[in-house]
Design a binder for this molecule. Structure first.
Ligand SMILES: [Zn+2]
Ligand SMILES: [Zn+2]
Length: 176
């Protein structure tokens, strides 16, 4: 028999428990997943958060933020989002959300807008068109906003062909 206060307490800590059970290898590359690592806690070289092992230079958040392996810092494998032509699609992976929306649908000025956020924060607007960010879906390119009345806006899977390739950018470092 569970007393009501116990149930209330459980319902409060249960979401936290779910977060703790996230698979430990989630941010490692396929090569490093095969290796054993020490179970001590290290310090992230970028943000000083704890890492999953003293052998790891990156914490799970920085690894996901930069899409680099926690252990060897190689680029993590990417999967291309399957755009099915529907007006609005949202893709989620780790802390990333990529949303593709169609605007002015059915008109001559129909276009697509891509919005990208990391840990609930929209990515800062980059300095230049075709600046690009490594995401779980590969490189996404900033093609400008509002840009043209039709075509792509925001973050797109292809760079704007008429412009030079920009600089790599990443979600900003956040400290707890
Ligand atoms: Zn970090
Ligand atoms: Zn690795």
């Amino acid at each position: 028999m569970t007393r009501p206060w116990t149930r209330r307490w459980l319902s409060r800590i249960f979401p936290a428990l779910l977060l703790l059970t996230t698979p430990a290898f989630a941010e490692q590359c396929p090569d490093c997943r095969q290796l054993v690592h020490t179970k001590d806690i290290g310090t992230c070289q970028l943000c000083t958060n704890p890492t999953q092992s003293g052998q790891f230079p990156l914490c799970m958040t920085c690894s996901d933020r930069l899409r680099e392996c926690e252990r060897c810092r190689k680029a993590l494998p990417a999967t291309t989002p399957k755009l099915d032509g529907s007006a609005d699609q949202t893709f989620k992976s780790g802390r990333w959300t990529y949303r593709v929306e169609t605007f002015n649908q059915g008109t001559r000025s129909e276009g697509t807008r891509g919005t990208l956020s990391f840990a609930g924060q929209p990515l800062p607007v980059p300095a230049a068109v075709n600046d690009h960010v490594r995401t779980p879906w590969g490189l996404l390119y900033w093609v400008g906003e509002p840009g043209t009345a039709f075509g792509g806006r925001g973050w797109m899977l292809r760079a704007k062909p008429s412009r030079p390739l920009g600089q790599p950018v990443a979600p900003p470092l956040t400290r707890p």
